[in-house]
Design a protein around this ligand. Structure first.
Ligand code: SAM
Length: 296
């Protein structure tokens, strides 16, 4: 169950999309005075080394964040892309890209004294690393970490006392059971707290469960009468190829999506400026594209 380690993938194209959107939602949430809670059901280790062994082994950031910052856009970066690059830069010395922040560390700078961050991470090593990384923030009770099943435990925090929360659900989907668990958790969460803000990341791979997930989330949001945004970024074809020896080569993750329920009303227009730039910067072949669908 625990073969997945996000350190291999940190800063890849999926992280670029997910973290750019997450940052935009957090910034919007912090505009209102009322306190909010961020619930991160699959928190990961919090901080990752881009120059460490894990990252070097998979080199995924070189096709993601590092490729983005090495590219020269034809126009100035769209505000969402610039904010995202600036956010990662805030964890690094000027001109160096050694550290990549995960979702807990993207959320933390947006908390005001009255806001809370609740992190769930099951992997024993990642949970320990997360605890050590968060300890450096000296945030006290504002940040809570539980080595518990995020799908299940998050329910007891919904709705939060202030009735404002962003639930971030970013599983590894290493077991196909995760797809069904995302849907059940979201159904339960919407029944408890339909006015909450929700961000679900999903992979786009040739697997029926993966294909069905965004469809099921759209149905859920539509039935609840809530607005939604479904954002996808494809960087290459999903077709299998053959190497010189005739062996089948899998393409790795070709695309991913972020599904939001109750998104900020300004976000779609902002994404319409940012996504074409991500496609141009991160494309690996002519199949690179984005979609931006809204409903509700
Ligand atoms: N959200 C993180 C970020 O953006 O930086 C990355 C999370 S990573 C994709 C998924 C994480 O979920 C892994 O660290 C994995 O160990 C953890 N995990 C797997 N199943 C879990 C569960 N049921 N509850 C909580 N964490 C889980």
């Amino acid at each position: 169950m625990f073969s997945y380690r996000h350190a291999f993938h940190a800063g890849n194209h999926a992280d670029v999309l997910k973290h750019m959107v997450l940052l935009a939602v957090l910034k919007h949430m912090a505009l209102k005075e009322t306190a909010f809670t961020v619930l991160d059901t699959h928190a990961g280790a919090g901080l990752y080394r881009l120059d460490g062994d894990y990252a070097q082994t998979s080199a995924e950031a070189s096709q993601g964040f590092l490729k983005l910052v090495a590219s020269a856009p034809a126009q100035p970066w769209a505000p969402l892309v610039q904010d995202y690059i600036d956010m990662v830069a805030s964890f690094n010395a000027p001109g160096q890209w050694k550290v990549y922040p995960g979702s807990p560390f993207i959320a933390q700078p947006h908390l005001r004294g009255r806001d809370k961050l609740k992190l769930f991470e099951l992997h024993p090593t990642d949970s320990k690393t997360l605890t050590a990384n968060v300890a450096q923030l000296e945030a006290g009770r504002q940040i809570a970490i539980a080595r518990e099943d995020g799908f299940e435990t998050v329910k007891k925090f919904l709705p939060p006392p202030s009735r404002r929360a962003l639930l971030v659900c970013d599983p590894s989907y290493e077991i196909k059971h995760d797809y069904g668990r995302v849907v059940s958790m979201m159904m339960d969460a919407m029944a408890r707290f339909a006015t909450g803000n929700y961000l679900v990341w999903y992979p786009i791979i040739p697997r029926p469960e993966a294909h069905d997930l965004p469809r099921k989330l759209r149905t859920l949001a539509n039935k609840a009468g809530k607005s939604w945004l479904d954002i996808t970024l494809t960087v290459k074809s999903s077709k299998l190829t053959q190497d010189a020896a005739g062996d089948t080569v899998r393409p790795g993750l070709p695309a991913s999506g972020v599904f939001l329920i109750n998104p900020p009303f300004t976000l779609k227009a902002q994404l319409a400026l940012a996504l074409p730039q991500l496609v141009t910067a991160l494309q690996q072949d002519r199949h690179a594209s984005f979609t931006l669908d809204a409903g509700g």
